[in-house]
Design a protein around this ligand. Structure first.
Ligand code: NAP
Length: 300
């Protein structure tokens, strides 16, 4: 149980609702910031403006998966209010206050370091990232189906990266009958791709390997699908880039060449917010209950 714990949940999409539900069930007290347009009320949770919250009592801050943008703004789909997390706000929180987000950036790293706060990035955990790859795959399949006039079965699919998402995506497209090749840079990844009965290629050969691709799926958060790669793609290729913003594709050049290239962020939050929220809620409730000794040690 999280009895006596005060948590600020700031912004986010429908995934946050599962987190709010679970934490209130566990008896935590929640300040919901950026939720004033949400009709639903949760017992033990109060909707507040960020300026109204007494951060000196807050044991934990839960941000959306993306954390903040580079100016500190938090995405709030249930509010028109501009919500910005600042160094000043964090400096008001107790020493033990921990910040939770999915991923981070230089801004969020900067304000947590300056205020000596612990930042937990849930997606750096393998278990969370692997569970989250399940709705990510379903979202990628949805995009491929919506944006093509041919079947996935029998099509040439190239996946870039064999990380937590790349592996799940490659396996799912293969299971649907696509001819899947996967680009990676590590020899153990190339071996794994072979073991999965897929076609491996070394990323240094990407320009030659992408010719003949019908669907190109990028999972690498680096500028990998650059102009020279796009120049080698057939005109009908669709590029689905799931890597975190800004993605790994030169979207400007793709548009110039008439190649359909889509940046596809937050797929779990779009196709399966309930499941994706439950994945985060489960791990958060476990992590928060483990912080109890810290809070007690700090006079709470
Ligand atoms: P991951 O397990 O870390 O995999 C990343 C892959 O990129 C690995 O194969 C890694 O290879 C490769 N890579 C990284 N830097 C590289 C470079 N400079 N050159 C070549 N390869 C490189 O991450 P993940 O969990 O699969 O997630 C992949 C991306 O998708 C992340 O940006 C994540 O934030 C995003 N994501 C998006 C959604 C969505 O809905 N759009 C959902 C989940 C995740 P090495 O092992 O060789 O480094």
């Amino acid at each position: 149980m999280l009895t006596g714990m005060q948590i600020a949940v700031i912004g986010g999409d429908a995934r946050q609702l599962e987190i709010i539900r679970k934490l209130t069930e566990l008896d935590a007290k929640l300040a919901l910031i950026g939720f004033e347009q949400l009709d639903h009320a949760f017992t033990g949770a109060v909707k507040e403006k960020i300026s109204e919250v007494d951060f000196s009592n807050i044991d934990a801050i839960i941000l959306p998966v993306a954390g903040t943008n580079l100016e500190g703004q938090v995405e709030t789909i249930f509010s028109n209010e501009k919500v910005v997390l600042t160094e000043d706000i964090l400096s008001k929180t107790p020493e033990h206050c921990t910040i939770y987000s999915g991923i981070s950036n230089s801004y969020l790293n900067g304000i947590t370091e300056q205020t000596n706060k612990k930042l937990v990035q849930l997606f750096s955990r393998d278990d969370v990232a692997i569970y989250n790859s399940i709705p990510t795959v379903e979202g990628t399949l949805m995009m491929a189906i919506q944006h093509t006039d041919f079947t996935i079965h029998g099509s040439n699919v190239t996946v870039l990266g064999l990380g937590r998402c790349g592996m799940s995506i490659a396996r799912a497209f293969h299971a649907l009958g696509a001819k899947v090749k996967v680009g990676a840079r590590k020899s153990e990844h190339l071996a794994r791709i072979t073991e999965m009965a897929l076609t491996p290629f070394q990323l240094s050969n990407i320009e030659t390997e992408v010719s003949g691709t019908d669907i190109l799926i990028n999972t690498i958060p680096q500028p990998i699908v650059n102009a020279s790669v796009i120049a080698k793609l057939p005109a009908h290729t669709i590029v689905i880039d799931i890597a975190s913003k800004p993605g790994g594709t030169d979207f400007r050049y793709a548009e110039k060449r008439g190649i359909k290239a889509l940046l596809a962020p937050s797929l779990p939050g779009i196709v399966a917010p309930k499941t994706a929220g439950q994945i985060l809620a489960d791990v958060l409730s476990q992590l928060l209950s483990e912080t109890e000794p810290d809070r007690k040690g700090n006079g709470k």
